[in-house]
Structures are given as structure tokens and as C-alpha cells.
Design a protein around this ligand. Structure first.
Ligand code: PMP
Length: 286
């Protein structure tokens, strides 16, 4: 089936959707994005993703080209037209097409480019990986220093993902000054003695929308949470580990650099948080 995609207020068959070769997103990675999960045809944590989009746009001094209602309507229309039950909507906003290549920002009146498309992932919430958990490797975090801005500069995370795959693992945890920042496309957690530990918010990591929800649910369930960084050795000695993201929800991690975590099986805290997150998110989905 040919997908319908959104490009600058038009809904087009995917093979007719085009962006200029001069687009700042293409030549400079000058753009930001969001990924919103879809479960049962509804959007998960949409308000959070819109709020972070605005924060990312502000961080790059870009104007927000659409209203909240316009983003929502476009997301819903794409989900409906493409018959997405489970999957995601990808949204990207770039600084647009200045008609040439120049390091200086284009004139104020240059229209941002807005693209949205869906990806169908039937059974997204029932991923078999959630039963067995991920194996991760660690690698040095060589990304730029504003990881709180969700830019489309994804080359380093992509290289780290490939390094993980080459080593027979599922993902990489990125490490700076001996301490874990986050996964290639997720936030990282450990559990020790019942305490959930995850790096505090700063420019060093993306402020995960799933992270915010999961920490809220954990606190509501009287679980103890510590927001601080941790070393790889501390993670390897933990009882449990897991990651969170919009597309993997809560994903258990069972090994770090070949070292099994706890008994090497999916941990109870990760399992419980995944269940709570999925249940509460489905209830609040729009
Ligand atoms: N960190 C990074 C580097 C990411 O790319 C992502 C996924 N976009 C996350 C964390 C998780 O964020 P969210 O829960 O909003 O998907």
C-alpha cells in the first residue's frame, strides 16, 4: 500500500512527496523531530511530544510553523488514511529551503519545511523483545553537547547502533566521563535494592517523554526514584536495567557488555513499569 504523507500542508502519496535539495534539513541537519506512538489507532503522550517539539524549535531559534490543533489534525488524518492501528507518526520540522547553501540562517520569511509520515508496526506493544530483554554494549558518547534538543543529527547514534549490532547486541549505552548518558534512542535506568536510578535532566540527555511518564507512574506506585548519573560498573552490578522511549515503551535490559544483569532475566520492576505505562498510556491516548 502506498502511504499518504504530509509535506507542507499537502497530503500526498509517498512517491510524490518531495523536499528541496537545498533544504536546511538535508544539507545541515538543521531540523528537529518527534516520534509519537500509536496504539489502538490513538496517539500516546501527544501533548508531551508537542511540548518538547516547541522546546527543540526554541533551542534552534526556529519558529513553530503550525498550531497544536493543526499538528493534532494532521497526525489523526495520517493515522486514519494509512489505517495505522499500532505504529508511530514521525514529524520533522526544518529551517526550510533558502534556495542555496549558506551557513548563515536564511531570511526570517523562509518557510519551515514540515513533514509527517506514519510507520505501521502491528503488535507494537506485544514485542517479543520485551519478554527476553535487550543486550546492550557501552561506547563513548561522541555526540554534540545539546542532546536535549531533538535534532535530526542522528549519525552518531546510528553508528553506535551498528557497533552494537556488529557485537550481537541490541543497542548501545553511551558513556561520558565514565558515566552513562543514555541509549542511542532511549533513556537508561538501573534498579538496585528497589531504587530506580536514572540520569538527571540536563543538556547531556534528551528529556524523554516516556521517561517523564514512567517516573511519574513509579512515584505514584510508591517506588523510590533517584535522578543521578551512574557508572557502567554500577550498572553491571545492578539488580535490573531497562530503557524507555516512545517506540519501545519500557524495554528491559538483561546484559551490559556481556555481563548479565541480576539473574540475566527480565526484572520485576521493569516488567511492572511496562505494564503500568502501557495501561495508563492507552487510557490517556487521544
Ligand atoms: N534519548 C534519545 C537520544 C532518544 O533519541 C530518544 C527517543 N527519541 C529518547 C531518549 C527517548 O525519548 P522519548 O521517550 O520521548 O521517545
Amino acid at each position: 500500500m502506498t502511504r499518504t504523507v504530509y509535506v507542507n500542508a499537502e497530503y500526498l502519496p509517498e512517491d510524490q512527496a518531495k523536499v528541496s535539495v537545498f533544504d536546511r534539513g538535508f544539507v545541515m541537519a538543521d531540523g528537529v523531530y518527534e516520534v509519537t506512538s500509536v496504539l489502538d489507532g490513538k496517539l500516546i503522550d501527544f501533548a508531551g511530544h508537542l511540548a518538547r517539539l516547541k522546546r527543540s524549535l526554541d533551542g534552534l531559534q526556529m519558529k513553530n510553523p503550525l498550531s497544536d490543533d493543526e499538528y493534532l489534525a494532521a497526525h489523526r488524518r495520517l493515522v486514519a488514511e494509512n489505517g495505522v492501528t499500532d505504529g508511530m507518526v514521525y514529524l520533522q520540522v526544518t529551517r526550510g529551503n533558502p534556495g542555496d547553501r549558506d551557513f548563515a540562517f536564511p531570511p526570517e520569511d523562509t518557510q519551515p519545511t514540515v513533514v509527517m509520515f506514519t510507520q505501521s508496526k502491528p503488535g507494537l506493544a506485544d514485542s517479543p523483545a520485551a519478554q527476553t530483554g535487550w543486550k546492550v554494549i557501552t561506547t563513548e558518547d561522541l555526540r554534540w553537547a545539546r542532546r536535549d534538543i531533538k535534532t535530526v543529527q542522528l549519525l552518531f547514534p546510528s553508528l553506535a547502533k551498528m557497533e552494537a549490532k556488529a557485537k550481537g547486541a541490541d543497542d548501545a549505552w553511551l558513556v561520558e566521563d565514565g558515566r552513562v548518558t543514555e541509549g542511542t534512542s532511549n533513556n537508561a535506568y538501573i534498579v538496585k535494592g528497589g531504587v530506580i536510578v536514572t540520569r538527571e535532566l540536563s543538556n547531556d540527555i534528551l528529556h524523554g517523554i516516556t521517561r517523564a511518564a514512567v517516573l511519574r507512574f513509579a512515584r505514584e506506585a510508591q517506588m523510590q526514584v533517584e535522578e543521578r548519573s551512574f557508572t557502567v560498573a554500577e550498572a553491571q552490578a545492578a539488580d535490573e536495567a531497562f530503557v524507555t522511549s516512545a517506540s519501545s515503551f519500557v524495554m528491559p535490559v538483561v546484559a551490559i557488555d556481556g555481563q548479565p544483569i541480576g539473574d540475566g532475566k527480565v526484572g520485576g520492576v521493569a516488567r511492572r513499569l511496562r505494564e503500568i505505562y502501557l495501561e495508563e498510556s492507552r487510557k490517556a491516548a487521544i
